[in-house]
Design a protein around this ligand. Structure first.
Ligand SMILES: [Zn+2]
Length: 421
């Protein structure tokens, strides 16, 4: 039986607000107590064998939630060909590799928006059973039209009856939520982000079927009309939500008001992608890369406008698509804050407590008694300067220590240094 563990920190961001000089106690993967260090008294060493003392000026936060990943995708420019040609065994190795990479940067939960359930579900279950260290995986069953966007990782269904059956089959397999594709997208040859794939009635049927089974829905929507149909279908989250028309990224005051009023979450999926290489003098961006960079700036402005209109934003970086790795997530959170002008606290909430609310998971996303011991510590204060989110000193997933760099208690370093010659 594992004993209770205590963490002492100068600063705690609990997912909603900040408190100074705090402690967090957890046991068996669950937080049991959170409080002020001043209330602890003198006898910490008697109660806790090895307190974890975070370095001065460190910040303890909830583990990050990445709300939009594709764990089996290659993140290469050839992502579509890779997804079609790679064996399931290779994809599963990639999933495990991405799980390690996620934990290393402090991601303790991923909502996977497009990996075949026969791969995502065993990976999810392996974490739940303790076979693999986290992150916990919230796994989707995806439904698209025949030959539609992401058909290579989704069930193809066209009519109202077919989408209902596809949703039911995914629920039968044990998926956590349903991913729908209201419009075309960019990673599937022949697909067009401006084209609506499903009628309003079909989208409503799929959403209703998911709701009946107690499952939430995430809907990929770029074209404005696809966003409108997603709102009509009362989906849980709209992915991308770029409100595109033939002139590019758009805006619709009425529609955005409806999203906010209905409490639909938006995951804008802003990520640096190829723009990460723009500072490298040896990199010559092609027209496609330039177009991506231009669109990214527009998407960041749109993200800000959505927030200003009261839309609840959640963070996810579409990890797995071209030039976007799961390890890039902290940098993409920095982009979301700095590129859109949102306060770091708002972005960090969108990546923790608000994300958990969108998942309907009251057990994660905040640091409080009764919550999962999913914890991240970084050096410095990411609420002042969000770039500090990169400076990981500790990651704990469901009570398991993944990374731990502390300044104290001082431990004697092993005598392995070779004698000077
Ligand atoms: Zn995606």
């Amino acid at each position: 039986m594992s004993s209770a563990q205590i963490i002492l920190t100068d600063r705690l961001f609990d997912g909603a607000s900040v408190r100074e000089h705090a402690y967090v106690v957890y046991q068996h993967g669950t937080i049991t107590d959170v409080g002020a260090r001043a209330d602890l008294g003198e006898r910490i060493s008697e109660r806790f064998a090895q307190p974890i003392v975070l370095p001065p000026d460190a910040t303890l936060l909830p583990g990050l939630i990445n709300m939009h990943t594709h764990l089996s995708f290659s993140a290469a420019p050839t992502v579509f060909d890779d997804a079609r040609s790679e064996s399931d065994a290779l994809k599963m190795i990639r999933i495990v590799e991405n799980m390690h990479a996620a934990l290393a940067v402090g991601i303790t939960t991923v909502r996977d928006c497009g990996t075949w359930p026969h791969l995502a579900l065993p990976a999810r279950d392996a974490v739940m059973r303790g076979l693999l260290p986290g992150p916990r995986i919230i796994a989707s069953g995806a439904v698209t039209t025949t030959g539609g966007h992401c058909w290579y990782c989704a069930t193809e269904a066209d009519s109202e009856d077919e989408v209902r059956k596809a949703v039911r089959a995914h629920v039968k397999d044990g998926v956590d939520f349903i991913k729908l594709f209201a419009t075309g997208g960019n990673t599937t040859p022949g697909s067009d982000a401006l084209i609506c794939q499903y009628t309003e009635a079909q989208l409503c049927a799929a959403s209703e079927e998911a709701r009946k089974a107690g499952r939430r829905t995430a809907v990929h929507a770029h074209a404005e009309e696809g966003v409108r149909r997603s709102i009509a279908a009362a989906v849980t989250t709209i992915e991308h939500c770029s409100l595109q028309n033939e002139h590019g990224i758009g805006w619709n005051e009425q529609m955005v008001g409806d999203i906010a009023a209905k409490g639909i979450y938006v995951c804008p999926t802003v990520f640096r992608g190829v723009t990460q290489y723009f500072n490298d003098p040896s990199y010559q961006p092609d027209a496609r890369a330039e177009q991506f960079a231009k669109r990214l700036q527009q998407r960041l402005q749109l993200t800000r406008r959505l927030a200003d209109h009261g839309v609840r934003l959640i963070c996810g970086n579409d990890a797995g698509v071209s030039h976007c790795h799961i390890r890039d997530y902290p940098g993409d959170l920095v982009l979301m804050a700095q590129g859109s002008g949102l306060a770091p606290a708002q972005v960090l909430k969108s990546a923790t407590s608000v994300a958990a609310a969108a998942l309907g998971r009251g057990d994660i996303g905040t640091v409080a008694a009764g919550k999962a011991a999913d914890l991240l510590a970084v050096q410095g204060n990411p609420l002042d300067d969000i770039k500090n989110i990169h400076r990981t000193t500790m990651v704990i997933a469901a009570g398991k220590t993944i990374t731990l760099k502390t300044s104290s208690p001082k431990t004697s370093s092993p005598k392995t240094s070779s004698p000077k010659t």
